[in-house]
Design a protein around this ligand. Structure first.
Ligand code: GAL
Length: 672
């Protein structure tokens, strides 16, 4: 079946009408009818305008094979519509009823060890299963035909957090089909997988299995292809249901919820298939770096949608219950988290979930209406958020202007995540996150881009850890530096090609001319000292490289350890631009110093301030300047005088005193 392409106007039309979407997952099937009425009344009080209904309702709609119980859903949609609340109607396909797995065990997923998972939790399906697909399609068709033109339904939500890996027999067949398509001939596959190693040569596609439990280390090319296949297979499930919804005549946006830097789906390949990028975000309130780290995820989501507004589909209003130790959020913190997403381009702020579940695995997960009811700090906080989001209508549709590009690719992450490397302590996403913090402290928003993207318009380009680099990606970095950008490249980049084969020669082969330096051996490092003028106590760890300058200026040298005396950081000028190379995993202070210098010519969101006060975040979205204080102390932030605060209606003088977890949204005073 053909895929429809993304149509972002569908979501824009919704927000143009209702403003910033505000609401959450609504699971009325867990409650008696009397509660539904109270729910709707409380939703109105809170200013809720969008709820996701039906995510886990398959067993309610189809209690026995082929049955269709829609009356309750008719009633729920009618009630919500009567109250002016829009519905994001979910296909119930993330969690099949127990009968499906019991009658058709082949629909159940099988793990790497060959263990078949059973019903009793959720997500117990394999995307490769023909029988699962048929049942999911049938119920989706009936749902779509019934509700495609229902006036309450303003968005469609396919599945939930697609993310299964499956190693079963049907998956094996699908994997082989996918490989045939990718490689055409078994010789091409043998070449791509380097099967001359360890006698792995295949005579036929039929001999190939998913990377199930094996006696020793799995072929890394096979493992990465299985990840590619798994992401594509899940996306195919999504597409099939999305197409069925469209064919039934639905005109509302269709999407599914992403999970940030999720390892089992390459969202860049999915992004063109959703009308609006939607994401679930659960920053840990216990981590002091959460505000910066989630900002990166938000920049990623905005970038996946080519800068268009996105939707925060799920977050917690207070504690989660799936961590070992679940710290709550204060209402002020929850408000700041929501406003942060708006600052970074979200035009919808939703929660998991509306009413806290009394029973089941998530009985301690917070919700907008907690067990204790509406006479609670949590619910009062929700009401306040609803009012605040209504005040932010002027930013709806506005774009965030990013001044930096950060290169990140899922396949490169996957390849660098395989075992048997010089070190298992270097994680791509952890490095991207660490590097991004230096931008965040400076109020510099980033577009998170694929290698090979034209980045000549950015004054600053960061490549924290691109293990796989193709010639187009190397050329794009060279072009940016020629065009005047500061390009900063991290260690163990450009190591391998798309199949994961090492690029031979002095490293990084495709980048060495650009950086004016080259290496001959990667080495795991103990903690070592660096000699870096201007940075006291500089250190490196984890991984280094036996590096020499081929003309680049040496900015830091190893001062102890196996590479003592050798260059660790180099800089090669290219006219007004430059290429920096970090040949070792350097500490946070060194990283901040390098990125700070590279960013010296880049204007952050707060005029005249290069490094923001501790804990302060600054983002410019359209005409609005968002200032958030994630720290524990009131901070005095210099601001342009005469701006209007959309949240308080006050006009700024030249300093804003921002309390802990408080937010300012400042805009030129016009006739708004
Ligand atoms: C998400 C999921 C929700 C709920 C939530 C709890 O992963 O989509 O259904 O389980 O987590 O944090």
């Amino acid at each position: 079946m053909s895929s429809t392409t993304r149509d972002p106007d569908r979501f824009a039309a919704l927000t143009a009408e209702v403003g910033i979407c505000f609401g959450g997952d609504y699971n009325p099937e867990q409650w008696p009818r009397a509660t539904w009425r109270e729910d709707v009344e409380l939703m109105r009080r809170a200013g809720v305008n969008l709820v996701t209904v039906g995510v886990f309702s398959w067993a309610m709609i189809e209690p026995t094979p082929g049955a269709r119980e829609f009356a309750w859903l008719d009633e729920v949609l009618g009630l919500l519509h009567g109250a002016g609340i829009a519905v994001d109607l979910a296909t119930p396909t993330a969690s099949p009823p127990p009968w499906l797995g019991v009658r058709h065990p082949e629909t159940l997923p099988t793990d790497r060890d060959g263990v078949r998972l059973v019903p009793g939790s959720r997500n117990q399906f394999t995307p490769a299963s023909r029988v699962y697909r048929e049942h999911a399609l049938a119920i989706t068709r009936d749902l779509a035909v019934r509700y495609a033109r229902h006036p309450a339904v303003r968005m469609w939500h396919v599945g939930n957090e697609y993310g299964q890996l499956d190693y079963g027999d049907e998956a094996a067949g699908e994997f082989r089909r996918w490989l045939r398509e990718r490689y055409g001939t078994i010789d091409a596959l043998n070449e791509a997988w380097g099967t001359s190693f360890w006698s792995q040569r295949y005579a036929d596609f039929d001999e190939i299995l998913p990377p199930r439990r094996m006696p020793y280390i799995v072929n890394p090319s096979q493992a990465v292809d299985f990840r590619r296949y798994s992401s594509d297979q899940l996306r195919d499930c999504y597409r099939q249901l999305r197409d069925a919804i469209r064919e039934a005549g639905a005109t509302a946006p269709i999407t599914t919820n992403f999970m940030g830097f999720f390892p089992h789906a390459d969202y860049r390949t999915w992004a063109g298939d959703v009308d609006v990028i939607a994401d679930d975000q659960y920053p840990d309130p216990a981590s002091p770096t959460s505000p910066a780290d989630i900002a990166l995820v938000q920049d990623l989501m905005r970038s996946l949608g080519d800068g268009r507004p996105w939707l925060l589909m799920e977050q917690s209003v207070s504690a989660t219950s799936w961590r070992g130790h679940n710290l709550p959020k204060s209402p002020a913190r929850a408000r700041a988290d929501s406003l942060q997403a708006v600052a970074r381009g979200a035009d919808g702020i939703c929660f998991f979930q509306w009413r806290q579940s009394r029973a089941g695995a998530e009985r301690f997960h917070s919700a907008m209406v907690p067990h204790a009811g509406s006479d609670t700090e949590v619910f009062r906080g929700v009401v306040r958020q609803g009012a605040d989001l209504a005040r932010l209508r002027p930013v709806v549709g506005a774009r965030v202007q990013a001044q930096a590009a950060v290169v990140f690719d899922w396949p490169s992450w996957w390849a660098a995540d395989e075992p048997a490397l010089p070190t298992d302590r270097l994680d791509t996403v952890a490095e991207v996150t660490r590097w991004y913090r230096a931008l965040w402290r400076r109020g510099i928003a980033a577009d998170i881009v694929a290698g090979g993207t034209d980045v000549t318009d950015y004054p600053l380009v960061l490549v924290p850890h691109a293990y796989l680099i193709e010639p187009d990606a190397a050329a794009a970095l060279a072009a940016a530096s020629e065009a005047g950008a500061q390009v900063v490249i991290g260690p163990f980049s450009g190591v391998a090609d798309a199949n994961g084969h090492i690029r031979t020669g002095r490293s990084p082969v495709l980048l060495r001319e650009l950086i004016g330096a080259s290496g001959e051996e990667w080495c795991a490092l103990p903690d070592v000292d660096l000699d870096m003028p201007g940075v006291a106590g500089a250190t490196a760890s984890t991984l280094g490289e036996r590096l020499r300058s081929d003309g680049a200026e040496v900015r830091a040298r190893h001062a102890s350890g196996p590479l003592s005396g050798l260059p660790a950081i180099t800089r090669q000028g290219h006219g007004p631009g430059a290429a920096w190379y970090l040949g070792a995993v350097v500490d946070d202070g060194v990283l901040d110093a390098v990125i700070g210098e590279a960013a010296a010519g880049v204007a952050g969101a707060l005029p005249g301030v290069s490094v923001l006060p501790d804990g302060v975040e600054a983002v410019r979205r359209g005409d609005a300047l968002f200032l958030l204080n994630h720290g524990g102390q009131t901070v005095q932030v210099p601001v342009p005088p005469g701006l209007l605060d959309l949240l308080t209606g006050e006009v700024t003088n030249s300093v804003a005193a921002i309390g802990p977890d408080d937010v300012r949204v400042l805009i030129e005073r016009q006739d708004r």
